[in-house]
Design a binder for this molecule. Structure first.
Ligand code: ADP
Ligand code: MG
Length: 338
């Protein structure tokens, strides 16, 4: 992972796979309250495989459209399961019932909760899905936020150690009333991961899948690394830096996606679990690594931890690197990128 950023030179262009009837397919769509994008290279060889790996005899274009559809459906499926805004979602069921009893959940959601708990542990609670116990009192569109007294009242309900996961039974139980969970800091990365493996199983070797600030890559693009832009934190439609990547995932967390400003103070969607307030130590964090689920959660984590502690955490994890933009718009890199 330390050699993640491989700046490829132009001669690699010569290695362009030469396949008749091959081309890039692209599609963008809205899901999970954000824009998603899928892009992949489909050649004749991959043309003969469907998602389950069996033979198919459809035209090149039809085949591509079917793949695009399966990516779209997978994202929507995860949204149905994990959205806090859908009453029917498994997540909503947990939030309604888990404080009263152990709730049976799908193995898939159980495993994701387990991963979230693991990241909570290694980050000393900087990443904490129970942040939502207060997080749901913010409404960035309506520009409303909880009062200091309601924050103090709800603060004991932010505590990931009060979540009990039982693997044998596949259940979740909250040991505290008032706990609410939210997977906004990890679910998009998970969705990207699922879509990439779906494409890979179908024989695709070069692809990009993104959901908001989460991007996952298979292979390279035309023999060159993909160039993934990190948004400028204060100027819309501007890129702060381009990162050349292959076979990696990158996730960016910023204070500019969902926010409002009141009395000169920025209230945004990344919450310090210790205070119930938005974190204002840095403005943008990107984390790079192989696992899209982890890089998503870790970018939120490092954002909460801030520059010094955040870099210290990433420098302890050999599979991940980070790029941080501080309040003065200075760029900072973890050890493996310097
Ligand atoms: P985005 O959702 O814009 O891609 P992030 O990956 O940084 O951005 O995730 C931010 C989301 O993570 C918030 O919208 C919220 O759902 C969730 N979140 C906020 N604070 C925390 C926290 N301390 N721990 C875990 N999740 C958090
Ligand atoms: Mg994140």
């Amino acid at each position: 992972m330390r050699q993640v950023i491989k700046l490829k030179v132009a001669f690699l262009f010569l290695c362009l796979p030469f396949v008749a009837n091959a081309q890039w397919f692209k599609h963008s769509f809205k899901v999970m309250g954000t824009m998603s994008h899928v892009e992949f290279w489909l050649d004749e060889q991959t043309n003969s495989l469907d998602v389950s790996g069996s033979e198919l005899d459809t035209s090149h274009n039809e085949r591509a459209q079917a793949l695009i559809k399966s990516v779209e459906q997978e994202m929507f499926r995860i949204d149905q399961q994990m959205s806090p805004y859908k009453e029917q979602s498994e997540l909503s069921l947990i939030n309604r019932e888990a404080a009263n009893k152990a709730v049976s959940i799908s193995v898939e959601l159980f495993n994701l909760l387990n991963t979230a708990q693991h990241i909570a542990k290694i980050s000393d609670g900087a990443f904490d899905i129970t942040y939502a116990s207060i997080g749901y009192q913010y409404n960035y569109r309506e520009k409303t936020r909880p009062t200091q007294s309601s924050i103090l009242k709800a603060l004991p309900a932010i505590n990931y150690t009060a979540i009990t996961l039982n693997k044998e039974q596949s259940t979740v139980h909250f040991n505290h009333q008032g706990i609410k969970i939210d997977l906004g800091g990890i679910a998009k990365g998970y969705a990207v991961k699922r879509c990439l493996s779906l494409l890979k199983k179908a024989g695709i070797n070069h692809a990009l899948v993104s959901a908001g600030g989460d991007t996952g890559l298979l292979g390279d693009r035309n023999g060159r690394p993909w160039l993934v832009g990190i948004k400028h934190p204060r100027t819309e439609h501007k890129t702060a830096v381009h990162i050349p990547l292959e076979n990696e995932a990158i996730s960016t967390s910023g204070d500019y996606e969902r926010y409002f400003i009141e009395d000169g103070i920025r209230y945004h969607h990344i919450i310090n679990p210790k205070t119930g307030d938005s974190v204002r130590k840095v403005v943008s964090v990107s984390v790079i690594g192989k696992n899209p689920t982890y890089v998503d959660a870790l970018s939120t984590t490092v954002f909460v931890k801030g520059l010094i502690e955040g870099l210290a955490l990433i420098n302890k994890l050999p599979e991940f690197e980070a790029i941080i933009i501080d309040n003065q718009r200075r760029l900072h890199y973890s050890k493996g990128l310097q």
